[in-house]
Design a protein around this ligand. Structure first.
Ligand code: DGL
Length: 213
């Protein structure tokens, strides 16, 4: 079993680790496309071209499953990828809004890249997930994935985004795989919130598909 995984850098390694726990014996190809980081600040067309180049490479390498370990590339491109590559088995990583909503949290914040926040898929997830009495807010975080990728000015960028932001959330969705790498720093701001990412769900889906191939 060959599993291809990609992201705009190291964010997707958090997804890769979750998959490896369930499928330790698979063969993995990981593409860290840091030269094109940040995906979250590209136009749809730019991003689609970047993503297709990577998908073509992973197909050439014989990947049986391709995991889009990036919320931005998933929310913006996976629908088109599935149409344009009908024979390829894709698994995407979406902001875990449904999961957060199911916890019964009353006030939820979704942190993600500008690209993910403005995507139609995120709007659809909100409509599908929000329950009566529940409030789900979105926060676009320009510059944060880039800072994490380059390990440069992370605290400065994060505090610039959060300094004037309310703290009283029950749950915070980490809607960018890079943010899982700075969970502690985000938790430090939202002390009472449960931080939620979709990585375990992605891993379970990959395992299910791998068992069918
Ligand atoms: N890690 C990615 C995500 O989950 C992309 C970050 C970026 O390159 O902007 O959205």
């Amino acid at each position: 079993m060959k599993i291809g995984v990609f992201d705009s850098g190291k964010g997707g390694t958090t997804v890769l680790s979750a998959i490896k726990k369930l499928l330790p014996d698979a063969e993995y190809y990981y593409i860290a496309d840091s030269k094109n980081c940040p995906y979250g600040e590209k136009t749809n067309q730019e991003l689609l071209k970047i993503v297709k180049d990577i998908v073509n490479k992973l197909i050439d390498w014989g990947a049986n499953i391709i995991v889009v370990a990036c919320n931005t590339a998933t929310t913006k491109c996976i629908k088109i990828l599935r149409e344009d590559y009908p024979d390829v088995c894709f698994v995407g990583t979406e902001p875990a809004i449904k999961l957060a909503s199911k916890t019964g949290a009353k006030k939820i914040l979704v942190m993600a890249t500008p690209g993910t926040i403005e995507s139609e898929r995120t709007a659809q997830l909100l409509v599908e997930s929000e329950k009566p009495g529940q409030k789900i807010e979105l926060l676009a975080c320009p510059g944060l994935a880039y800072a994490i990728e380059n390990n440069n000015r992370v605290d400065e960028v994060l505090s610039g985004l959060l300094v004037d932001h309310p703290k009283d959330y029950d749950a915070v969705v980490l809607g960018c795989t890079h943010y899982s790498l700075i969970k502690d720093k985000i938790q430090n701001h939202f002390k009472a919130a449960t931080l939620i990412d979709g990585n375990d769900g992605v891993a379970r889906r990959v395992m299910m598909l791998a068992n069918q191939i």
